[in-house]
Design a protein around this ligand. Structure first.
Ligand SMILES: [Zn+2]
Length: 140
């Protein structure tokens, strides 16, 4: 006679990947958006309120440091509705909020020739799966 299993299904563990060569505020936003995507939420506040989030999302020690260093960025990010992300200049290091396409040349610092990069709200993928170490750390 078949019996019904009463055990709970183990949640899928999501390893978060981010671009370790991006400016730090962009890294923080990439990590935060990945956590929001894994928890199917639109904001950081919603994501961290998700029950058992730690059972379904794994951050590396480096990712936890990045998130901690830029925790003031996290409350303003929005993954859906009016999207709010960050873009940063890899040359001068300045950064700002972004709700539109990334600027082609840095407009924050006069004379800066940097091309700002923006954190996408979708999951970042490394150029090659071989760049991801067993612990989830990405080496580029
Ligand atoms: Zn710049």
């Amino acid at each position: 006679m078949a019996t019904r299993s009463t055990t709970l299904r183990k949640p899928t563990l999501t390893r978060v990947l981010h671009d370790v060569n991006a400016p730090a505020p962009v890294q923080a936003a990439q990590i935060a958006f990945a956590v929001m995507a894994a928890s199917k939420t639109a904001t950081w506040a919603e994501a961290i309120s998700t029950p058992r989030l730690a059972d379904s999302v794994r951050l590396t020690a480096h990712q936890q440091e990045v998130i901690e260093s830029f925790r003031f960025v996290l409350p303003n990010l929005r993954r859906r509705g009016p999207v709010v992300t960050v873009e940063a200049c890899p040359e001068c290091g300045r950064w700002g909020w972004s709700c539109s396409p990334v600027q082609k040349r840095c407009s924050w610092t006069p004379g800066c020739s940097g091309a700002p990069v923006k954190a996408a709200t979708t999951a970042w993928k490394p150029p090659s799966p071989a760049d991801v170490l067993a612990d989830g750390e990405v080496v580029l």
